[in-house]
Design a binder for this molecule. Sequence first.
Ligand SMILES: Nc1ncnc2c1ncn2[C@@H]1O[C@H](COP(=O)(O)OP(=O)(O)OP(=O)(O)O)[C@@H](O)[C@H]1O
Ligand SMILES: [Mg+2]
Length: 401
Amino acid sequence: MLDQAVGMLPRSEVVIVDDDPEDCLWIERCLRRGSGSLLQARSANSYGDGLSLLNSRPFEGALIDLDLGAQSGVDLISELGGRSAKTPMIAVTGRSSRFMDERAAEAGAYAFLEKDYLDFDRLDRAIRYARRAHAAETHLQELAHNALQATAAKSEFLARMSHDFRTPLNAILGFAEMLESQAYGAHSEARTTEYAHYIAESGRHLLDLVNNVLSLSRIEAGRYDLKKVWLDLAEVLPPMLRLVAGTAAKKAIKVDLVLGHGGHLLLADQTALKQLVVNLLSNAVKFTPEGGRVELVTGIVDGELHVGVRDTGVGMSPAEIDIALSPFGQIRRTHQVSQEGSGLGLPIVKSLVECHGGRLVLRSRRDHGTQAILIFSRDAVSEAVSNDMSVPPQGAGQQSA
Ligand SMILES: Nc1ncnc2c1ncn2[C@@H]1O[C@H](COP(=O)(O)OP(=O)(O)OP(=O)(O)O)[C@@H](O)[C@H]1O
Ligand SMILES: [Mg+2]
């Protein structure tokens, strides 16, 4: 029974690189000799064959003869990338000489075996050890790589943040100094009011920036305290729409709500949902020229709840979508739309919806409008309830962590 089960398991492939076919056969035989061995051998009889086989995909392990005719197994181990190679490598030799083991280890071999003393147990142990050490090393390399990337991203973020802070700050200082120095003689009341207006405007922009940076860092540090409750979208969405109605009206943009989610409730933090939806709506209004249309649409797709904002605005190319999703990423346009804002809205939306276990999907085409969809997974969506809400869903109205 056990033998049968073992027989059905996939056998792990070990590559043997040896220019002597007899030695290859001997190592293969050793590998097979263990009772219930799950190791299967693949042989390569030259440096070149070994290189292409081991570059093609990962294997359980590779046993590399250090003496490959005119070429050296140590060089092969190095060329394959040593400890960064796809497959953990073990050096094998028939003619051990002083320091050979050290040279093999330096090139990236995890173990050193002499052919005269080969048997299944030694091979099996060396392969298992090499595999574990290789997995641990790969994991460490990934962590180091991620840490480096995170540091680089943080530095870029700080550089962009300093730049974006400096612009309104310079405006505030410039106008304040002009008031202070009375540069052009005593200012008229109108001019003083105008300067004070610029100062206040830049100050508000700076405050928005600080608030957005704080929001983003709180969300990314996992310190955004979500108070999730079951929300009825038919109730909570209309007031959000009204928040952009004034700006939309000034540009003669028609804003509509299209509810297609059929009475399902959404488990979400109400303040966060407002931040999500209002960010998307204000983008849609901001980047849609006069006379356009903006719709807030809900729907259920494959059990997931979609809350989408679509507009008939300037749209984005695929490369511009990537820019839009990066912190401070704003697309420079020459006409039609304003450049107000800090470029933090979409990164906040993306992180915040991900905190809810959902995701943000952006679909857009230059000059053909944009569709930004918040997708909430099934476990955040209740069964449909009748409109009179007489049958509340499980846990409705209760908070959950
Ligand atoms: N609906 C949209 N249509 C066209 N471009 C958009 C749309 N939404 C976002 N963008 C582009 O993506 C950029 C980033 O958007 P994001 O919301 O992150 O920042 P912002 O609106 O410029 O500033 P903030 O939201 O911080 O006030 C925008 O500057 C704009 O160029
Ligand atoms: Mg925005």
